[in-house]
Design a protein around this ligand. Structure first.
Ligand code: 2AM
Length: 188
């Protein structure tokens, strides 16, 4: 008998907002320009996203509870204007972000609460929400945070957020491959 016989496989999962093709294209252009200036490995255009809650490795049996949690979330649609870049030295990551948006914070908070209510609480260290889209990784550690902050991140289309997704992540030679498993509408 196979060791895993009868058990659904473990998957690496996260909830996220996924940008439109137009916004992804604009972000990918900025990522490419920033990587030319600062170095680093750019994220693939089709992989760009904003993580709401990172679940990590989840056994298949837990997926119905995650889907139920996603359906339980009551949050209104909102808009984001991605207009700034940042650099985190601890993980050498270049990111794009926006001014604080109450609707985004509310959605992330609702999701954390729904996961806990569904018996799938996020680990404590995953509960701090730092909204960002990873544009590039492995920048030089000495990269200037001030220079990244001054790098142009303008003219991106407004992001109209009206749904969020549960996504599975699989490693590949070309970086992580993301597959949407389910989507959840936002409505007031
Ligand atoms: P990152 O881009 O900042 O690394 C899929 O890996 C998504 O989950 C990415 O958005 C990634 O964020 C995020 N992620 C991966 N590991 C994480 C962790 N330990 N805590 C929070 N988010 C994580």
């Amino acid at each position: 008998m196979l060791e895993n016989d009868g058990a659904a496989a473990t998957q690496r999962l996260f909830f996220a907002l996924w940008p439109s093709a137009e916004l992804s294209a604009g972000l990918a252009d900025i990522a490419a320009a920033a990587a030319r200036r600062f170095g680093g490995q750019v994220s693939r255009r089709e992989s760009l996203h904003l993580t709401l809650a990172f679940l990590g490795d989840v056994p298949g049996e837990a997926i119905p509870a995650l889907l139920a949690a996603g359906r339980q979330v009551v949050a209104a649609p909102f808009h984001l204007q991605i207009d700034r870049l940042g650099f985190w030295r601890h993980n050498r990551l270049l990111w794009a972000g926006c001014a604080p948006v109450p609707g985004l914070q509310a959605l992330a908070g609702e999701l954390v609460a729904a996961l806990a209510a569904a018996g799938q609480p996020l680990p404590e260290r995953q509960r701090t929400f730092a909204p960002h889209l990873t544009l590039a990784r492995k920048l030089p550690a000495a990269t200037s945070i001030a220079e990244v902050g001054d790098f142009p991140c303008t003219s991106l289309p407004e992001w109209s957020c009206s749904r969020f997704v549960l996504v599975a992540s699989r490693p590949s030679a070309a970086g992580s491959i993301y597959s949407p498993l389910a989507e959840f509408p936002l409505s007031a």
